[in-house]
Design a protein around this ligand. Structure first.
Ligand code: CA
Length: 227
């Protein structure tokens, strides 16, 4: 399994390479966008880890150009602190997943493994939970075929819950993913946003299962079964 890492921060690129090599992957690093694109479009990789901000050509453009050239190698986009908006753009540009820096290596590894498990021909970029469907290409959320309007923050929160279906997420994990360590976020804010989401995706659907559940003392979980 060969992985391409396009990242101009030498320290981060080096740490990713060492970690992945220990896991048995072959890793090639490029510190530059133009070279990274050339490698990605001429050689075979199982996964491409692509930084968003790069010299000469940015990660989003690389991603779009690769998809335009019908190169469907799974792409994990790395974003820096505070680039929440870019996350959504990243997914729109054809990236398969994204991870905000700083991240734990274990998290990176988990994302890579999940990308490797995906069959290559899958282009339907959707998340499912019962009758709730989130389309990550069109950014449309539907339940029972009804379109649900979400703010960008609510969308990111729901996406995080859906990607981690059946897994309890602590408020800290949620803050880290949705707010990217912004300084003045209080655990109350998470509660507040969970409330907004419930009002949109659960409460109007009285005959369906209420998906967002509180794990008292721990956090929240999205589960499509009653318990
Ligand atoms: Ca960078």
């Amino acid at each position: 399994m060969k992985i391409l890492v396009v990242e101009d921060e030498h320290k981060i690129a080096g740490a990713i390479k060492r970690g992945l090599e220990q896991e048995g992957y072959t890793v090639q690093i490029s510190y530059d966008g133009v070279e990274g694109f050339d490698l990605a479009s001429t050689e075979e990789y199982s996964v491409i880890i692509l930084d968003l901000m790069l010299p000469n050509i940015d990660g989003l453009t690389i991603c779009k150009n690769l998809r335009n050239e019908k190169i469907h190698t799974p792409i994990l986009m790395l974003t820096a602190k505070g680039e929440t908006e870019d996350k959504i753009l990243g997914l729109n540009s054809g990236a398969d997943d994204y991870l905000a820096k700083p991240f734990a290596f274990e998290e990176l590894l988990a994302r890579i493994r999940s990308l490797l498990r995906r069959p290559a021909e899958v282009t339907d970029n959707k998340l499912y939970a019962g009758d709730l469907i989130m389309d990550l290409n069109s950014l449309i959320v539907r339940r029972n075929n009804k379109v649900i309007q979400l703010s960008k923050r609510e969308f990111t929160l729901l996406e995080y819950l859906m990607r981690n279906k059946n897994k309890i997420l602590t408020k800290d994990q949620i803050i880290n993913f949705v707010w990217n360590y912004e300084s003045d976020i209080l655990p109350n804010t998470v509660e507040q946003y969970i409330g907004y989401l419930r009002n949109k995706i659960d409460k109007p659907f009285k005959n369906s299962i209420q998906l967002i559940k509180t794990a008292r003392g721990f956090g929240y979980v999205l589960r499509e079964k009653e318990n």
